[in-house]
Design a binder for this molecule. Structure first.
Ligand code: FNR
Length: 389
């Protein structure tokens, strides 16, 4: 049981040994803010507009309460889930976080993240915006599944190249992110006029791409500015349509999930378009402000998805949050900022610590509330809270 190490931590305390790494999300975020450069902190912690949607994401979990059940024999918990033909040891996933490479001083945070995923068996979804080429990231994952997240560029040949590289590298699914066809209004980044990608700091995945390189008069190593300029001209793709998705569907036999889907209608369209999964998310509130908290969208997406799996993220901060999302019908639950902060404060060990704490809290919540497996977490396990805080 993942919660068993809790006791050891208390016993260590008896002899004056305290944990080196933060035990709560609030402390983790405080430590990350102290550790990271102002530029990176603004980039990772910030969101769209006045960040009310971002702030609403974690608060939305307070609208639901778990029904505690006693004496149901939940002494041995099974946290495994089934997703796209595989059994995963836990319901957690690492959401795609572009530029996470720079949460580490040497810029190779994507490789570190992949090592943490390999060590824990928690799948990593590698962003299009990795500092290291996707092939190197995939190699670090070993046996642990990795998915490739695609920001569809405005250059079909390049898009095709990215998808085929992902296939060849051994990624087992493609996540197409649909809520970032242009960049959101992010005052924190704008205030310090910083967007790390624009400095070409985290674009090695593009810079190593043969099609991307063929578009440049000089290799990126010789003219980073021109390469970055070209990247910014093809990154956004606001005219993307469902027809383009049909074309993308035809490019690969890998399962495709659509990220950013938050409504029943779009879920049905995704099903009709032959997609293999839905990724319900509002990008952690980084893209559009004034929207619904992602958790509020989850039930209708799950209902419309039928047999398709639904991955959920945005605002997950604790074990009970994960348990609630599962009870609302998510197949797996991903985190973004929590592990980015773990990386910033403690490298690979920091990410593993964040995952270990979350898993312990999930496990102990299920133990205390009497749910022995993820399958037992259904909507009957939840009630609406009458007076949310
Ligand atoms: C992201 N996210 C993201 N999503 C994506 O599809 N591709 C990407 O490259 C990125 N990049 C990115 C950078 C940073 C710094 C953050 C914080 C997030 C969104 C991410 O996958 C996920 O949807 C959110 O992070 C989930 O919300 P929480 O857990 O951060 O609240």
């Amino acid at each position: 049981n993942h919660g068993d190490w809790q006791l050891g931590t208390y016993l260590n305390g008896l002899v004056g040994v305290q944990p080196d790494l933060p035990m709560s999300y609030a402390e983790l975020a405080r430590r990350a803010e102290r550790t990271m450069s102002q530029e990176m902190w603004s980039y990772v912690a910030g969101g769209a507009g006045d960040e009310r949607t971002q702030d609403a994401n974690p608060l939305a979990f307070d609208a639901w309460g778990l029904v505690p059940r006693m004496l149901r024999g939940a002494a041995d918990r099974d946290l495994s889930v089934h997703l796209l033909g595989r059994t995963l040891p836990t319901p957690l996933m690492l959401a795609p976080v572009g530029v996470i490479g720079l949460c580490e001083e040497d810029g190779h945070g994507d490789l570190t993240t992949a090592r943490a995923a390999a060590a824990t068996g928690v799948p990593m979804i590698a962003s299009t915006l990795t500092q290291d080429p996707m092939e190197d990231v995939r190699a670090e994952l070993g046996e642990t599944p990795g998915w490739f997240q695609l920001y569809p560029p405005n250059d079909r040949e390049l898009l095709e190249s990215l998808v085929h590289r992902a296939e060849a590298a051994g990624f087992s699914a493609i996540v197409v992110t649909l809520d970032t066809l242009t960049l959101g209004w992010r005052p924190r980044d704008l205030q310090i006029a910083s967007f790390p990608q624009l400095k070409g700091l985290c674009l090695q995945n593009y810079f190593s791409d043969p099609v991307f390189r063929s578009r440049l008069p000089k290799p990126p190593e010789e003219d980073v500015q021109a390469a970055t300029g070209h990247w910014s001209s093809i990154f956004g793709n606001q005219r993307l349509t469902w027809d383009d998705l049909a074309w993308i569907r035809g490019l690969t036999g890998l399962p495709i999930l659509l990220k950013g889907i938050c409504s029943a209608d779009d879920t049905r369209r995704a099903v009709d378009a032959g997609m293999d999964g839905i990724y319900c998310s509002n990008h952690g509130g980084r893209q559009a402000n004034g929207g619904l908290p992602a958790l509020d969208c989850l039930p209708e997406v799950v209902d419309a998805a039928g047999d398709l799996p639904v991955v959920f993220d945005s605002g997950v901060r604790s074990g009970p949050d994960v348990v609630k999302a599962l009870a609302l019908g998510a197949t797996a639950v991903a985190i973004g900022r929590p592990y980015a902060y773990g990386l910033a404060v403690g490298g690979q060990a920091g990410i593993e610590h964040v995952l270990k704490c979350l898993l312990a809290e999930i496990d102990l919540t299920m133990a205390i509330d009497g749910y022995a497996s993820v399958a037992e977490l259904t909507r009957d396990a939840l009630r609406e809270v009458r007076v949310p805080r």
